[in-house]
Design a protein around this ligand. Sequence first.
Ligand SMILES: *Cc1c(COP(=O)(O)O)cnc(C)c1O
Length: 808
Amino acid sequence: MNKIFENKETFIEEYREAVKELSGKSFEITSDIDRFNALAGLIASKARAVSAETDKRFAKDGKKRVYYFSIEFLIGRLLDNYLINFGIRDMVADALSEMGCDLDKLCDLEPDAALGNGGLGRLAACFLDSMAHEGIAGYGNGMRYRYGLFKQEIVNGRQVEVADEWLSKGYPWEVRRPDKAVRIGFGGHVVSHTEGDRTFYDVVDTQDVLALPYDIPVVGFGGETVNKLRVWSAEPIDEHFDLDAFNRGEYANADASRADAEAISAILYPNDAGEHGRLLRLKQEYLFVAAGLKTALDVFRREHGNDWAKLPEYVAIHTNDTHPAMCGPELMRILMDEERLTWDEAWDIVTKTISYTNHTILPEALEKWPIATFKKLLPRVYDIIDEINRRWRDGFDTTQDGWQERLRKTSVLWDGEVRMANLSVICSHSVNGVAKIHTDILERSVLNDFYALTPEKFNNKTNGITPRRFLAEANPSYAKLITEAIGDGWLDNAEELKKLVDFESDPSFLKRVAHSKRQNKIRLAEYVRRECGLVIDPDSVFDVQVKRFHAYKRQVMNIMKVMDVYNRLISDSSFHVQPTTFIFSGKAASSYTFAKEVIRLINSVAEVVNNDPRVNDLIKICFIPNFRVSNAQLIYPAAEISEQISTAGKEASGTSNMKLMMNGAITLGTMDGANIEIAQLAGEENEKIFGLTTPEVEQLRASGSYFAWDIVNADRDRLGRVMDELTDDTFAKLSGNFESIHTEIMSNNDYDLVLKDFHSYVQAWEELTSTYTDAQAWNRCALHNTAMSGWFSSDRTIREYRDEIWHA
Ligand SMILES: *Cc1c(COP(=O)(O)O)cnc(C)c1O
């Protein structure tokens, strides 16, 4: 354990000093926000000092550096986490309480960094934690969004998007590094000149912006290794400030170049439906790729000189999904145009350095850009992509059957578009999926043509989550209980959670497990009362589905289940259910109408059900606005049922399934993504699995014999009634009915098989909740899930990346 403070007394002294320095006042009369900023600032400066030591150690050891390129890093709050990772949380809490101040209250003031949006970004954040824990020289490289995605508010049941001003009170963790700024050129045109027998290329007349890095320390558990997350902000290059315009009172015109440049790092995922948004997205992607590669190459040059052939030995570039796909062509550009290597020399280095993780098989999520847009914005990078594509096509063996089809599917340029997934595969030495079934599907179908050509590139790395944040920090009462039983080795090695199996037959321990869960439910109930003005009963079952809203995740099937339960409760006096609180949370993309309608449906059903005295002591529906890491950390520990109900074959892995399992929730899920591995590890008898499997889904689709209306007509009483209630006024009180949802499902012949799986789903839910009354059996099952969840630690995942992809 790295000691960043001698003892409590020196901490108090340094902290008082930090508060004084920040606010000019003595501790006693400062505000909580000053106290938070000073504390975070103090820990950040300690972290930076350890980071400098770490860096020296890595340089001395000749460590391979791993750069993890990701358009999102959903890091959540850092203060509590870094106190835990430095091993000083209890000491600091103690010291603060002596000073008449509450650490939890200060931690609560930290904004969630708006640098990500969902599972992909959270995975990147868990990987940063695990790389630092495993002592890997691993660096995050991403974008610093001024407003992130958006802050979600619910008005009349509808999602309303407002700017997330997460930086408005300052962000004590980051340090601006103007000395490391990188000039990024857009547009212009390519010129060539020859030297001897070689032609070299350059781009002239570009419009440049400055990529400015901000560094955030990443503290590994144990405090020995502190790495960095570098995020880039776009700024105007010179001060093109127009004094004349300003003096004429044209303030906006005077600073127009600033607004244009800053737009690039204003928000995450600008809507790419129009040309403006597409340009912005491409600029973002190129900016953090080009600037990040510059950082990586500068470090390499400093440590190893200009021997670029050694690059793959000392540097790994990992691309998280296709957003950083330009790493390949941009690295080619630098090595050829700036470092004067030949194509073949550069290509060998590029393909040995870059690796790629695929995150989705949804065709609409595979990035494609119009060639015309691409070429205009990045002419030289485009030319290199064109050449990569030409060589790929030239390398095809045209004596093999079906080569034309294979070529069509694997080309980078096709039909007027640049296909980023194909570019990523071709430029990488490793392509991995994120759960066993997902990698199987990539190999078998989505990327099968690549797999047939280079099977050795393909591998699986089942996702993971960090137990420090999602168990130790999020669930302190459970963590304490676990540590009392098996020691604290699980923080270092989560597989040690298996030792909890010995306690599954200990009734008094199971009672304490239940007590901790109840405390977490009360904690969440208080949050819900504050945030939603809704009272929920901590003695009801907490049934949780919290994640981005998407058709394939089938939140609509969940709320249809609740509608069905409600209908039966009011019309069938012999029907009983276990009292349940249905908890939803998550954002829908601002242009995704169907997903936003499902949010409105959930809130509208909640309005009716929660106010109906016939049922409201039995079922309650709760939509928690603005899902993010900080409230996720309150929700997961309180959950008893983990809803993982995606259409089989669609959820690449999922990670909330793992977080919920680790916190003792039982999975009610389909055989999809990592649910399959969860069921294997914990035993199917300890989860509740339902619905079609991936092969069944594929068969049903292939057979052409599925008719959604037949399913509805076969069950007029229940499913038919629920469907009718989408179009009548049963739940239309807040803001109208849900004709659009009905139309979407029926006109696409139930594409996500919501109707097909509905019955087995509702039945599985009824069976699962009916076992809740046997508290001991339920608690044993919950504990077993925690005990078997250690394999899902992102430490395990990251060791696999290290050993099998990065060789670091
Ligand atoms: C884990 C996590 C996710 C991912 O959830 P899935 O159910 O795997 O899609 C999304 N958002 C936040 C805030 C998370 O912590």
